[in-house]
Design a protein around this ligand. Sequence first.
Ligand SMILES: [Zn+2]
Length: 227
Amino acid sequence: MTHEWPDFVFRDTDLTPRNTKPLALELANEVREDSAQPFNEALELATVLRQGSLALRVNNIDAVKDDTVGMLFALPDRDRFDIVVDPRTPKRVAPMLCGSDTDKKIYRQRRKRHITCHEIGHTFSYIRAQGQEPQATYYRPPHNDYSYSSEQQRIAYKTRDGLVEKFCEEFARQLLVPKESLRRMNNPERVAKKFNVSLALAALSISGRPMVIISSQDPSRWFYVAP
Ligand SMILES: [Zn+2]
């Protein structure tokens, strides 16, 4: 790679429940530093994509039907990735939105940033070398279909995938909303606006907990909101 980019690769066996978050935060900060982006400003995604030799496409990948919202493709013969993002909200989450997220266009744009950063996290499980297709450090079956594995293997895969996804989520959140810059900010609307992220991601960044919306008509109805 010709640009500054963290020289970091993780294998699935490197991640433990304890080290996953600190590793992800450190890496996200390194990406900010390498692309010369101040910690207290909204991330310039285009710069990060350029630095990492990544191309972004927005496409319909069935986000509404199942919950695949982003995909990562290693390109043959070159040290590059394509990231494909479907910023529509999967059916099982966020039947209601609030605040600035009720503007669909803004919400999708912010969601696109989040999904893209999550997929960037996955690129760090590939070994990269100039002029060569990035090589995955561990095996994942196509479409995450583990039905051919033994029961024991399936459990191991599930645990591993859980840690990898946690890694990518922590990475994305820290890259978009660096914890260090939140010190005195605790208003989700303001954080969302400042860092150009969804209200749900802003709330998650502030409190560390996913945002829940409770229906005013029927308080027994509540929903998690997708960041
Ligand atoms: Zn993922």
